[in-house]
Design a protein around this ligand. Structure first.
Ligand code: GCO
Length: 485
């Protein structure tokens, strides 16, 4: 809308606010991932992953930080399990490090690697916490990357093999499985922008990686169905509303491209069994791109899943690169250097609304956008159960002179997004649970240890854990199955 501010005229998802009470049986949880917390990267036969290699490259991460030690969770497992028990949330989602199970990504299982996860699962069950397993949260064995990584179709077969090993080892005790966490990040941050491991910058490879990741999801789903017939299986996607900075055709076209890359490129194959035509066309000039798609693949990818995991942090607004001046004149802020890397090759520029608060990551805080994306999945794709499998925020936390961490901003963020979940439930979306990212401050990928997302402060040099104010707040929320008024 030329001359106006898009968001002033934007439709607001205004639904009846209820009592703050959640449905009976609502699953409360927290989530972590292996490389971000475990450390002990050489212990008990673990092989190197692409994140070990990448984080040790000069300039790849903030401050040169690596996951070598991280939260030292591998060695502090029992204490962390006690911390989870103290929190009182009924579920905990963690990921399995593939290079602990198969150090080179193929061959027989490394039993001592499996033992760690057996101990973790047993420890959770003894504390009456439901384990939710993510099979892949970005730590591909380095040997597989050396053989082509997700650009190679062979990795799909390797992932199915790994899934079978884990399913056979944990199938008796784990019933909820997430095949992949955020395949968009693996493909586009890993192979297109190079911000993440393996640090490659090639859009054709990122497109091929997208397909192979989705195919790996489909292959793992088949293995899980065959090995654990009663398993509940889903995938975790980082989906979010994308808005145009104005009604101008060029901004709308930019918005559609970003939405295609981030949302439809994953939702369409999973739920409709096809890739969006505009995206196939967009990447047609890039090799190998979607030329890697073979007959039958989309049937494998679109086999029914039991739930969708929604990882949500923020919505995104974009304009066309030719319309930066108009966007600025309309009041948007365009960070310099802009965030174009995030939406590389899409001919779009991310813009920010100056009056909307942001987290320490620079991500706009708009809880209603979570309602919006869940309603969209429900209306446009499928009515299957949804879990918010990640939601949370990094803020500039610090330990006060009295030893307390008063992270009121995080409590506000979580409270707002949980109300957005209730709005989605009120709108008829079957939301079954919510997982906070994260229970501990941890290794935030390329940002190293500079971004703290935890309900618990981690003093990285000593490993000491100090629950923040948000920890106590989440304890109460979980206990009451309701938000405070
Ligand atoms: C992601 C990952 C997590 C992050 C979290 C905060 O979404 O990037 O799943 O590993 O740490 O989302 O950025």
């Amino acid at each position: 809308m030329v001359g106006g501010r898009y968001w002033e005229d934007a439709p607001i998802v205004a639904l009846q606010r209820g009592s703050g009470a959640f449905p009976d049986g609502f699953l409360w949880g927290t989530k972590t991932s292996a490389y971000q917390i475990e450390g002990s990267v050489d212990a008990d036969g673990r092989g190197p992953s692409i994140w070990d290699t990448f984080s040790h490259q000069t300039g790849a991460t903030r401050n040169g930080d690596t996951g070598d030690v991280a939260c030292d969770h591998y060695r502090r497992l029992d204490d962390d399990l006690d911390l989870l028990a103290r929190l009182g949330a009924g579920a905990y989602c963690f990921s399995i490090a593939w290079p602990r199970i198969q150090p080179t990504g193929t061959g027989p299982a490394n039993e001592s690697g499996l033992d760690f996860y057996r101990r973790l699962v047993d420890g959770l069950l003894r504390r009456s916490i439901v384990p939710v397993v993510t099979l892949y949260h970005w730590d591909l064995p380095q040997s597989l990357e050396d053989a082509g990584g997700w650009v190679s179709r062979d990795t799909v077969g390797r992932f199915a093999e790994y899934t079978r090993i884990v399913a056979e080892a944990l199938g008796d005790t784990v019933s909820t499985w997430i095949t992949l966490n955020e395949p968009w990040c693996s493909a586009w941050l890993g192979y297109a922008t190079g911000e993440h491991a393996p640090g490659i910058r090639d859009h054709g490879k990122a497109a091929a990686a997208t397909h192979h990741l989705l195919l790996a999801h489909g292959a793992a789903l088949q293995v899980l169905r065959a090995t654990i017939p009663s398993a509940q299986v889903g995938i975790g996607l980082n989906i979010q509303p994308i808005r145009p900075a104005s009604d101008h055709d060029d901004d709308r076209a930019a918005c559609r491209r970003v939405d295609g890359n981030l949302n439809r490129l994953y939702l369409d194959p999973l739920f409709k069994g096809r890739y969006p035509d505009d995206m196939l066309e967009h990447y047609s000039g890039h090799a190998p791109g979607f030329d890697v798609v073979a007959a039958g693949d989309l049937e494998t990818i679109s086999r029914p899943i039991d739930f969708l995991g929604v990882n949500f942090y923020s919505p995104t607004t974009v304009c066309a690169p030719t319309r930066r001046a108009e966007a600025q004149a309309a009041g948007f802020w365009i960070p310099e250097p802009d965030h174009r890397a995030r939406v590389g090759d899409l001919n779009a520029v991310q813009v920010l609304r100056p009056e909307v608060s942001r987290t320490q990551m620079g991500w706009e805080i708009e809880p209603g956008a979570l309602t919006e994306i869940m309603v969209r999945v429900h209306d446009e794709y499928a009515t299957l159960p949804l879990y918010v499998t990640e939601n949370g925020a990094a803020f500039d936390d610090y330990v006060g002179p009295d030893g307390e961490i008063r992270d009121a901003e995080r409590i506000g963020y979580l409270d707002g997004h949980l109300r957005a979940v209730l709005d989605a439930v009120g709108a008829g979306v079957d939301v079954r649970g919510y997982f906070v990212w994260s229970v501990l401050d941890n290794f935030e990928w390329a940002h190293g240890y500079s971004k703290r997302f935890g309900l618990t402060w981690v003093d990285f040099p000593s490993g000491e854990r100090i629950p923040k104010a948000s920890f106590a707040w989440y304890q109460r929320t979980v206990r009451d199955n309701a938000l405070e008024p």
